[in-house]
Design a protein around this ligand. Sequence first.
Ligand code: CDP
Ligand code: MG
Length: 176
Amino acid sequence: MPCSARLQLILAFLKPDICQHKTLVQEVTSRIVSNRFYVVRSKIVQLTRSQAEEFYFAHRGRFFFTRLVGMISSGPIIPLILARHNAVQQWRDMMGPTKTFRAKVVSPHTIRSQFGLTDTRNAVHGSDSIDSARCEISFFFPEFDFDKWMNVDEEKLRFGAARWDGERCIHRLQCD
Ligand code: CDP
Ligand code: MG
């Protein structure tokens, strides 16, 4: 049912441990779609170590930084631009707590609880605010025009003008 509140855009990505297995990619993607997220853009990339350091610059100096950038640049990842009402909070609720072992105890139905391997190898990433979403989207999708999408496509998507393209794992506007 269409919702009158505007959609938010966020950046999520599936981390290398998920991307290694097609079935895990399908499982996580189908959870995303069945939780009423629109997949606006999707691609597969492998970050260099220095790109991973740039992405996680805010965590430089933390004890887990080296293993985090090593893990993120160890294989392909799948960045997604997701749209939904209240997307930041909804995606963080779906991911669960940062630390996999905490997630297993306090939020057993979340993605990190079910697919995470360690506190670092925790399956998925999600923006933590609207502002960080905008930066993270431009990091992975520099050609994506955030303002144009919000001004032109947001309303179309919100009022149901999208169809799911299962082959490309993306929602397309009817006019695309
Ligand atoms: O990803 P999220 O926003 O939930 O957590 P973060 O505090 O922004 O940390 C970024 C990433 O660093 C996490 O997703 C983990 O992969 C990693 N991390 C870690 O390895 N050990 C920790 N104690 C905290 C975070
Ligand atoms: Mg974070």
